[in-house]
Design a protein around this ligand. Structure first.
Ligand code: ZN
Length: 232
């Protein structure tokens, strides 16, 4: 937590009716990046207020007593959580990548695997989660390795379908870094499949997308081999 973030939250504590306890809870819970790219306003208090009204109604509609102790602050908590789950809308993944591009002659595959993903399916707004494996072959430029998970997260923290998430990550890297090729594989479990409907609790969905050199059989085979142990 840097000073700017602290001052921001402090100001919110002074000027808003949202309880101090909740703000402090949030200060402790939320990850705030150190490289200047994580947005500091992980939740907007005005939005929290508006959302809370609706979540309270939802609680009533499902048959709950919104006045019982355990639920008093639930609408507020859910509102903040929902904003965190969707904070990717505030991020510009292309800018995150462009902020850390370095000229380099390396022309072999760069692979970042087992990137954790937490997203929400846009059809049911319940989580899907799993791992992403991302590779590219540089064409004059490499990117700071931490930026790959950052852009995966920027796209995942929105309402998504796994297929589009896969393609957006690929397109972002291809269009910004302009490498010789990009490969993205995502394997994820969808709670909307496990908890409802067909209740297939251990099924894993795998999606993939490739450009350039990865369209060639041999390059793709090398990539698949490298991530192989993680594929189900
Ligand atoms: Zn779903």
């Amino acid at each position: 937590m840097n000073k700017r973030n602290y001052d921001f939250f402090k100001k919110q504590i002074m000027t808003n009716e949202i309880s101090k306890g909740m703000i402090i809870e949030n200060l402790m819970d939320d990850y705030v990046g150190t490289d200047g790219y994580e947005k500091i306003d992980l939740f907007n208090l005005e939005t929290v207020r508006k959302l809370s009204v609706h979540y309270k109604e939802i609680l009533k509609l499902i048959g709950e007593d919104t006045e019982r102790e355990g639920l008093l602050k639930t609408p507020e908590r859910v509102s903040k959580a929902m904003q965190y789950f969707t904070h990717g809308y505030d991020l510009i993944p292309e800018e995150i990548l462009a902020s850390a591009m370095f000229k380099e002659d390396y022309k072999q595959m760069v692979l970042v695997k087992n990137i954790e993903i937490y997203s929400l399916c846009e059809h049911h707004m319940v989580p899907f989660f799993g791992k992403a494996h991302v590779a590219y072959i540089p064409n004059g430029y490499i990117v700071g390795l931490s930026k790959i998970p950052r852009i995966v997260d920027a796209f995942a923290r929105r309402l998504q379908v796994q297929e589009r998430l896969t393609t957006q990550i690929k397109d972002c890297i291809q269009n910004t870094l302009k490498p010789l090729g990009v490969a993205v594989v995502i394997e994820a479990q969808h709670m909307c499949m496990s908890m409802r409907g067909i209740q297939k609790q251990n099924s894993v969905t795998t999606t993939s997308d490739f450009t350039g050199a990865f369209l060639k059989e041999a390059t793709r085979a090398e990539f698949i081999h490298l991530i192989g142990q993680n594929l189900h």
